[in-house]
Write a protein that binds this ligand. Structure first.
Ligand code: ADP
Ligand code: MG
Length: 380
């Protein structure tokens, strides 16, 4: 393992295949119409109660607003129902991106949704939680949990890393591949290193605003999948957790894992990056009955999720100018979203009717992005 911290580059390249000798490797450009995939995942009901969601196919669902009007049908690229497995979700959404990353492209997966809708379950897996004690409350509180990495329920982050190492092993000894990871959180517009927790880190841009770096962020190179998995679990332990009325251990931060794969072959060097993001809960501030600091967190979260949605919509609509500057989240993800990157949005919803309003908000957020790509596809 090699750890480096200094002017660690969050944005090592502008995406696509590059060569250390400045030679561009010829690899096929991902098709334009595949740039944004929008999926909705319905988590299992946590109680026997009235429902507001019915999945009717692998690409559509019905939403019931409580009888005020007829159930409305929503259509997405994929809809995962309650008993769909982590493996199914991985194979459909993330496995195709891993292949692109190994070919030198950038790709991003976002888990979006209200607190308690299943984002962390998808990205990390089931996480046994301890009840937060008084000492756990506060901005730097750590709620301890361990993930069982052998579990069928292990999430996309670990599966992606496993898959990358599997491809590298299958490629044989003639290609030399370096895998490095960095893991950070954005909490209240402050960036913290989850692999080496400490004070807030600064975001730096070059004079052209092209290259974004996080000063002091650790980038860890490893050739052992076991080591990466344990780093990930350690990183998750360091994530800021804030008890809110909506969920005792809800995470009020966005967690961004970046996996960089650099392959040296006789033709040159190519680098691809996979960004896996467990976004902060998208619920409106009033739901969490928060005042003061919690309300401020909510404002930051809503602003960054809105900025992310605007960027995704602008990109999938083919806009010439995309504004990444509205939040740290979008500034950091500029590399992932622009250029030849493919993006997958997995919107998470709870099926219980008491979560009807948040479920609707999430379906609409995902539908906005999805309808723009559908328009784009039908016009090419
Ligand atoms: P979020 O990260 O969006 O706040 P969590 O991932 O913590 O939500 O999920 C909330 C609860 O629902 C957790 O107890 C989690 O284990 C459970 N859960 C979520 N999605 C699933 C799923 N697909 N299968 C089984 N349990 C799930
Ligand atoms: Mg979570």
């Amino acid at each position: 393992m090699a750890a480096s911290a200094g002017a660690s580059s969050w944005s090592g390249s502008s995406g696509g295949s590059t060569s250390s000798q400045g030679r561009q490797l010829a690899t096929a450009q991902p098709a334009q119409e595949e740039r944004l995939v929008v999926a909705v995942r319905v988590r299992p009901s946590l109680e026997a109660t009235e429902r507001c969601i019915e999945v009717i196919s692998s690409g559509s669902l019905l939403y019931d607003d409580g009888g005020k009007s007829r159930p409305r049908k929503y259509t997405y690229d994929h809809v995962f129902k309650e008993n769909d497995t982590q493996e199914q979700v991985y194979k459909t959404t993330t496995a195709p991106l891993v292949k692109d990353v190994l070919n030198g492209y950038n790709a991003a997966v976002f888990a979006y949704g209200a607190t308690g809708s299943g984002k962390t379950h998808t990205m990390l897996g089931p996480v046994p939680r301890k009840k937060p004690s008084t000492a756990d409350r506060g901005p730097t509180a750590v709620v301890g949990y361990e993930a069982d990495v052998s579990s069928q329920d292990i999430g996309l982050m670990v599966r992606a890393i496993e898959d990358i190492f599997g491809h590298i092993e299958a490629a044989g000894p003639e290609s030399s591949t370096k895998v490095s990871i960095s893991y950070l959180e954005i909490y209240n517009e402050l960036i913290r290193d989850l692999l080496n927790p400490g004070g807030p880190l600064e975001l730096r841009e070059d004079h052209r605003g092209q290259r974004i770096t996080v000063a002091g962020l650790s980038e860890i190179t490893t050739s052992s999948r076991k080591e990466v998995v344990s780093l990930l679990i350690k990183g998750n332990k360091a994530r800021t957790m804030e008890p809110t009325a909506a969920n005792q251990t809800s995470s009020r931060s966005h967690a961004l894992l970046s996996i960089t794969v650099q392959t040296r072959t006789s033709l040159g060097t190519k680098q691809g990056r996979l960004f896996l993001t467990d976004l902060a809960g998208s619920e409106r501030a009033k739901k969490t009955k928060n005042r003061g600091k919690r309300l401020q967190e909510g404002a930051h979260i809503n602003r960054s999720l809105l900025a992310l949605g605007n960027c995704i919509n602008a990109l999938s609509g083919g806009a010439r100018y995309v504004n990444y500057r509205d939040s740290k989240l979008t500034r950091l993800l500029k590399e992932a979203l622009s250029g030849r990157c493919k993006t997958v949005m997995i919107a998470h919803v709870a099926p219980e009717s008491k979560h009807r309003d948040e479920t609707k908000n999430t379906l609409v957020y995902a539908d906005r992005a999805n309808s723009i790509t559908t328009k784009l596809q039908s016009s090419v």
